[in-house]
Write a protein that binds this ligand. Sequence first.
Ligand code: HAX
Length: 438
Amino acid sequence: MKTFKETLAEKIEAWRPRTERLIKEYGDVEVDKVTIGKILGGMRGLKCLATDISYLDPNEGIRYRGYTLQEVFKKLPKPPGSEMPYVEGVFYLLVTGEMPNEKELEHVLDEFSKRRILPRYVYEVIDSFPCCSHPMSIFSTAILTMGRESFFVKKYHAGVSKKDYWESTFEDALNLLAKLPEIGAYIYAKLYRDGKRIHSNPDLDFGANFAHMMGKEKPYDDVSRMHFIIHSDHESGNVSAHTGHLVGSSLSDVYLSISSMVNGLAGPLHGLANQEVLRWLQQLMDRMGGKIPNEEEMKQFVWDTLNSGQVIPGYGHAVLRKTDPRYALQREFSLKHLKEDPLFKYVDMLYKVVPPILKEQGKAKNPWPNVDAQSGIIQWHYGITEYDFYTVLFGIGRAIGITANLIWDRALGYPLERPKSLTTEMLEEIAGINKSDK
Ligand code: HAX
């Protein structure tokens, strides 16, 4: 049987001529048009990045390596008695483009398990954070601190060939990913459980071990697997993925790149939205004195939020134009496991109430829910009520896709990213605005 790395090496060898040919023979072919609207509009929709790890269709949602999320969940191998697949399996899929068979999966499980031990200094760095620090700041720093472990940096200084950069990046990626559940669980213990930590169990897979370290019973292992898998990748233009790729393009190591992507994810318009949903629902609960609002009361709450100039967290998307399949998958799970949960009832009612209101308001291009509208409620149901922590969970998942991208960026020799900027005056000149018009 070929190892994970050998399988990847073959794929890379076969893939390289395709991108080399595109650059060499078709480098001048036009793909998209850069307008002033795109430049000043956050480059929304501008086709200027390449990745084969996942593709986001505005109407269908995300596909990992060509598979819809439904297919990913159906086809990836699952631990015995579990509803959700192995997280390690999705990393294999994202990196190689293939579903792992039993033997391949066993090999990946072993690779993750043997790399999971966290250096002592990481606990010390986490412990040294002042109180009230946001868990995302701690998470980002814990990852950054481990830069000294980078295999890529050692190889780079030893003068390894560019063609082989991916190998040490692959090692760094596995080394980091395997440690993320422990980092996340330790941050949680430090911030919310008086530092009472549960040691990891090497016999458990990524999702089950995380559940174990969080002190949670079944089905929280499946909740973790589902959460990490659905958050793992969403193409490369979103803030976290793009940040990871951009920082990695300067040949910064995996630790620097993933720490940066975590910082991008921590913004309220991106990953922090899952925390914002809970904060917002808490305001509603307080207003309602704990009782479930009727539809009219819910509509009023949504309008009040909009009229005060705020966005409805968990709704809308820069690319998607339909209900996010990541929302749909979590909804399916919730209907099975937490149908009677009062917060789920809120979320369910919001699904009915918010889209027509956003349509009526007429601003949001997508009135439908995204992944964040549902994820926090599931965590809350299983006792993770400290919603500041939710984005860390997102970050653990997202690191899986971004490291897969970083490995391939190096394998295909993607260069330093360096777009050109213009001044407002230059844009005015391009637009044909005369000085006298200004
Ligand atoms: N509530 C109210 N207004 C909204 C809205 C929402 N949920 N979504 C978009 N709008 C508004 C925008 O603020 C914008 O208003 P202005 O013209 O006044 O600036 C207008 O509708 C057009 O925006 P858009 O083109 O539809 O959306 P963008 O691509 O600019 O932004 C966002 C996409 C996800 C940032 C946006 O929909 C939003 O702020 N949603 C709420 C926050 C959220 O859920 N974020 C998580 C997204 C998923 C994700 O990345 N998770 O990590």
